[in-house]
Design a protein around this ligand. Structure first.
Ligand SMILES: *Cc1c(COP(=O)(O)O)cnc(C)c1O
Length: 450
């Protein structure tokens, strides 16, 4: 779709577009941010919906534990640890002359069992919900049953009549494919050109059909959606619009709340929580942020992070055009090492529903992602994929912003000295060794050239 007016006219009313088009790392603090009691009403989902999603995941825990031995320690609950990053914080403080105070933490979704990324939340949840709906309707499952019985040849034969399809840059396909195949569904994953070869190989090894496209994510999704529509027994997981995906992500918040309590971390107006979320199409970060706003209200400050070459959500919200605009319309190429974030057009659902709940949006260049990948590994020992480093710059952007944001929100030096900064580490533990070594080598070159 062509823009209604040329880029230079847009820049007159929206000066940051010139920065984005020039691919410069850019931050925007949202002037439309509203009190959460008001803005939560923009989201067509409720606290009750999130509670039901949480209860559903609890019902499925015996199945998950039976089907995936690596979840035994958590009794079938797919959750990641909350880890401190004191050494990385020291590195960032020295590099950017940041004030003392505050504490940097990692939500290590790179360590999530089954698929090693944030997609193990929403993606797996949506397939479980679909399986439950089918099994209850067919009488294969009764309310109150032990769901471990779904890990059986009888259940797999039943689900084998149905199929699941999804379009993905890689990680969503990995999550949907693995859980679908394990339940017995026929699974088809439509992979964009950005998807890493090892993700396709891994899926094929699980018996998943992988379709490869030379085009980007939006095209892979569109193709998948069209094919699935022609088959009444096929469920298409719609990453751009799905409310179930979104709810699966949102459950993270209540679990994070318990982990913060365990660590003795207070979250309130005097002790703000900043959460930095890498954003592709927006479902993952949007769902997590929705859950966080329900739990922590105005004490939590969520920021979305995107690559300089793929700032689709930033552009969509900043211009108010949402999914009516893509980065290509502004001459931005959507080519980035952050394959999980290589999305040209944002979710219209998330952008519209969350636009008064997100504090800000910023972009990071690939060189910085690689450099921080090496810094994270050297200082803390955590190995993340490039996309998952996008949150690391967030603390720096907040502490150095000059758009009047901290003042407007009463984020005084005293409050910031008691703040918790949480980097959402969205993926990485399944990256093959050689591939991770190549990432690290690139990161060390960036560090050396600094
Ligand atoms: C998918 C993904 C994201 C972002 O999630 P969206 O729902 O696409 O916004 C972030 N990091 C990684 C590693 C991902 O795979």
């Amino acid at each position: 779709m062509p823009l209604q007016q040329p880029v230079n006219v847009w820049c007159q009313t929206h000066p940051l577009i010139a920065e984005l088009v020039a691919l410069r790392p850019t931050s925007w603090f949202n002037p439309q941010l509203a009190p959460s009691v008001q803005a939560l009403g923009d989201v067509p989902l409720s606290r009750q919906d999130v509670r039901e999603a949480s209860e559903r995941l609890q019902r499925f825990a015996p199945f998950i534990q039976s089907a995936f031995a690596q979840t035994a320690a958590s009794a079938g609950i797919i959750e990641s640890p909350l880890l401190p990053l004191p050494a990385l914080q020291g590195v960032l403080r020295a590099e950017h002359q940041l004030p003392e105070g505050g504490a940097l933490w990692l939500k290590a979704d790179n360590l999530l069992p089954i698929s090693g990324s944030i997609k193990a939340r929403g993606g797996i949840y949506e397939v479980l919900k679909h399986a439950e709906d089918l099994a209850l309707a067919a009488g294969l499952l009764q309310p109150g049953d032990d769901y471990a019985r779904l890990d059986s040849d009888e259940a797999r034969a039943f689900f084998g009549q149905y199929s699941v399809a999804v379009g993905s840059t890689g990680n969503l396909g990995l999550s949907i494919g693995i859980i679908s195949a394990r339940l017995g569904f026929k699974a088809t994953v439509h992979m964009s050109a950005d998807a890493r070869q090892w993700k396709k190989d891994r899926l094929r090894a699980h018996g998943v059909e992988v379709r490869e496209y030379s085009a980007d994510y939006s095209v892979a999704v569109e193709q998948g959606r069209r094919e699935a529509e022609a088959d009444p027994l096929c469920h298409f997981v719609d990453d751009e619009n799905s409310r179930n995906l979104f709810l699966g992500y949102a459950v993270a918040a209540e679990r994070l709340q318990r982990q913060l309590v365990e660590q003795g971390i207070t979250v309130d107006a005097e002790h703000p929580l900043f959460v930095y979320l890498p954003c592709g199409v927006g479902g993952g970060p949007g769902g997590v942020a929705f859950g966080l706003k329900l739990v922590f209200g105005d004490a939590v400050h969520c920021l979305f992070a995107e690559p300089t070459h793929s700032p689709c959500m930033f552009l969509g919200v900043y211009t108010g055009l949402h999914d009516e605009v893509s980065v290509y319309d502004f001459g931005i190429d959507n080519q980035t090492a952050a394959d999980g974030l290589a999305v040209g057009r944002p979710s219209g659902f998330v952008g519209r529903a969350m636009q008064r709940l997100i504090d800000g949006y910023y972009t990071v260049d690939d060189a910085t992602l690689y450099r921080q990948l090496a810094q994270m590994q050297a200082s803390e020992g955590h190995e993340l994929e490039p996309s998952a480093l996008a949150g690391v710059s967030g603390m720096v952007r907040v502490l150095q912003e000059q758009q009047g944001y901290r003042q407007r929100l009463g984020l005084t030096p005293a409050r910031l000295a008691q703040a918790t900064h949480l980097v959402w580490g969205t993926g990485g533990s399944m990256v093959p060794r050689e591939e991770m070594d190549a990432y690290l080598a690139k990161g060390r070159i960036e560090l050396a050239g600094q």
